[in-house]
Design a protein around this ligand. Structure first.
Ligand code: 13P
Length: 251
């Protein structure tokens, strides 16, 4: 069975002291769980203190982005080795905010994803349609393109470890969640495409997370869907109480 992942994407929130308090709050509440993975993804500047504060717990660390080169004259970028060195296990790639504001494309997502695997990081690759795309019935075309182009060229061994986050752009930070049925329909489609690209047995192992206004009030029903293997949580991951409530659903 696929082990669920509950990941908190802190986006551009929390200075170092706030990060320490949040990680400690999570460690005391959900830090001993071993039947699910609990991941926090702070901004780069708080990765080190988050790593330090989660020592002795089962919490895992992730970054929100990385570059695809090992080193060099790339002002402002962060290399995968630097993330490993700071204690990261995961890295979010191709979040819709990076696609929208920072020019990420399926091609850059693909480069970053391959490099993450080569560097020993596990990518959480984000895909999802905009409201305009959903309203013009392009959801499945967009998802298929994002998967085929973004996740192409992996070995079966790598593909098994891939984590995909389905985040409909219209549901991010808007309070409008996809219904469990809408989300499950998309997740099922994504798994079918992964089965076509890799193999059915590989697709069965890939964790597909839902993201977009996940809250303690709606998480249980979403997590109960057959092809939903966890959540990528923004706003509700910024407080230990709300994130812990999302983490502790019945398996
Ligand atoms: P919200 O949970 O704030 O809608 O953000 C979702 C998200 O973008 C997680 O990556």
């Amino acid at each position: 069975m696929r082990k669920p992942i509950l990941a908190g994407n802190w986006k551009m929130y929390k200075n170092t002291q706030e990060a320490k308090a949040l990680v400690e709050g999570l460690a005391s509440r959900v830090g001993k769980l071993s039947d699910r993975e609990v991941v926090v993804c702070p901004p780069f500047t708080s990765l080190a203190i988050a790593a330090e504060s989660m020592k002795g717990s089962n919490l895992k660390l992730g970054a929100q982005n990385m570059y695809w080169e090992d080193k060099g004259a790339f002002t402002g970028e962060i290399a995968p080795g630097m993330l490993r060195d700071t204690g990261c296990t995961y890295v979010i790639i191709g979040h819709s905010e990076r696609r929208q504001y920072f020019g990420e494309t399926d091609a850059t997502v693909n480069k970053k994803m391959k490099k993450a695997f080569l560097s020993g990081l596990l990518p959480i690759v984000c895909i999802g349609e905009t409201l305009a795309e959903r309203e013009s019935s392009e959801t499945f075309t967009v998802l298929e393109r994002q998967i085929r182009e973004g996740a192409s060229g992996l070995s079966a061994e790598e593909a098994r470890k891939l984590v995909v986050a389905y985040e409909p752009v219209w549901a991010i930070g808007t309070g409008k969640t996809a219904t469990p049925q809408q989300a499950e329909e998309a997740h099922k489609f994504i798994r079918q495409k992964l089965a076509e690209i890799y193999a059915p047995a590989v697709a069965e192992e890939i964790r597909i997370l839902y993201g977009g206004s996940v809250k303690p009030e709606n998480s249980k029903e979403l997590m109960g869907q057959a092809d939903i293997d966890g959540a990528l949580v923004g706003g509700a991951s910024l407080e230990p109480e709300s994130f812990s409530k999302i983490v502790t659903f019945d398996l």
